[in-house]
Design a protein around this ligand. Structure first.
Ligand code: BV8
Ligand code: ZN
Length: 297
């Protein structure tokens, strides 16, 4: 049966759903000026992910990989959450107690899984902080999983110290790296790449700055995405999976909707075009920054 594109039918399903999960991809942030990967002008149309988005690539040429992530990090810093990020953030904080069948509702906010590492969804949530108590905000933030990591987190390759910062550049040598300059990448000496400022512990002795080489805390190909345990538990009970702006080509995320449908849940796709995920119950074609506010408003 062809998927429905009836907004009223969708909102009725949403109101009745006890457990809602959202899965977002690069199309969610396209409206904020962040390039997607596989669409027109997509990143992987111009760059080879094997040379830039794997641990081997980083070990082989950390200078190249850091320049790649630096200019994308700058793009994300300059971007603002769009109407789709805001609509999903509102959904995350909406009190599920006021759904049509109060006795059946749970007050669990939806689980919000994003494959994006641009930090725009956490920022859209933080923009709603004045509507929540700090405990409620913590609950909602814990229900947001950046399964492919974050451009604003780093991990030390030596002491594994994790750091989150919007500071930029992470090392002076990266300062003037842009998408244009990346066309002729420089060979930045490894000691001028981002270094660990975290404490180094040897047993219980704390040493001064570890100084180890930092890497972007982004999940590269072949690395295990974050939050999979919580995600697979949740998918068993999901009544409605809302899939936004993803080509549904990268696993394990691409397999989530099949899991939900096999367990009797419904899938709603918001995309510019029919994605690989055409076995869905709802499909809303168009820019999600227009279709999502309409569907979730
Ligand atoms: C792993 C970070 C082992 C780096 C990325 C089967 C099972 C498990 C793994 C595999 C498997 N088969 C193959 C694999 C390996 C691999 C994989 O899936 N390869 C693919 C290419 C075949 N997967 C992995 O390596 C994963 N790890 O397998 O570990 C494991 C796994 C589980 C348990 C134990 C061990 C790691 C995958 C993560 C890789 N990291 N990015 C970086 O980006 O620099 S992937 C990259 O693709 C991004 O994270 C991105 O989020 C992700 C998916 O892309 P999309 O978000 O969908 O973006 P895309 O451009 O493709 O599509 C955009 C869509 O939006 C389009 O449909 C477009 O129409 C739409 N759109 C555009 N504008 C709008 C819009 N829609 C609405 N409105 C708009 N305005
Ligand atoms: Zn360190």
């Amino acid at each position: 049966m062809a998927p429905s594109s009836d907004y009223k039918e969708f909102t009725d399903s949403l109101a009745l759903a006890k457990r809602v999960v959202v899965l977002a991809g690069a199309g969610l942030s396209a409206g904020s000026g962040i390039p997607t990967y596989r669409g027109v002008g997509g990143l992987w149309k111009k760059q080879d992910p094997k040379k830039l988005a794997t641990l081997d690539a980083f070990k082989r040429d950390p200078s190249l990989v850091w320049q790649f992530y630096h200019y994308r990090r700058e793009l994300c810093l300059r971007a603002q959450p769009n109407a789709a990020h805001r609509a999903l953030a509102e959904l995350s904080i909406r009190d599920t107690r006021n759904r049509i069948m109060p006795s059946l509702t749970s007050t669990e906010p939806p689980l919000f899984i994003t494959q994006n590492f641009d930090s725009l969804s956490p920022r859209a949530l933080n923009d709603l902080a004045d509507q929540l108590t700090s405990d409620e905000m913590k609950t909602v933030q814990n229900r947001l999983i950046e399964m492919h990591g974050s451009a604003f987190r780093t991990v030390c390759t030596q002491c594994k110290h994790v750091n989150f910062t919007y500071d930029s550049p992470l090392s002076p040598a990266l300062a003037d790296t842009s998408e244009v300059s990346f066309e002729t990448p420089r060979d930045i000496p490894i000691d001028q790449l981002p270094r660990c400022g975290g404490p180094e512990w040897k047993g219980s002795n704390r040493y001064a700055k570890c100084g180890g080489l930092l890497r972007p805390a982004v999940v590269w190909f072949g690395e295990v995405p974050e939050g999979l345990g919580e995600i697979s538990k949740e998918l068993n009970w999901t009544d409605l999976l809302i899939v936004v702006g993803t080509s549904s080509l990268v696993y394990p995320a691409a397999g989530f909707s099949k899991t939900v449908r096999e367990r009797g849940g419904k899938v709603a796709v918001f995309n510019l075009e029919p994605s690989a995920d055409d076995t869905c119950d709802f499909m809303f074609l168009g820019p999600c920054e227009e279709t999502l506010p309409k569907a979730l408003g």
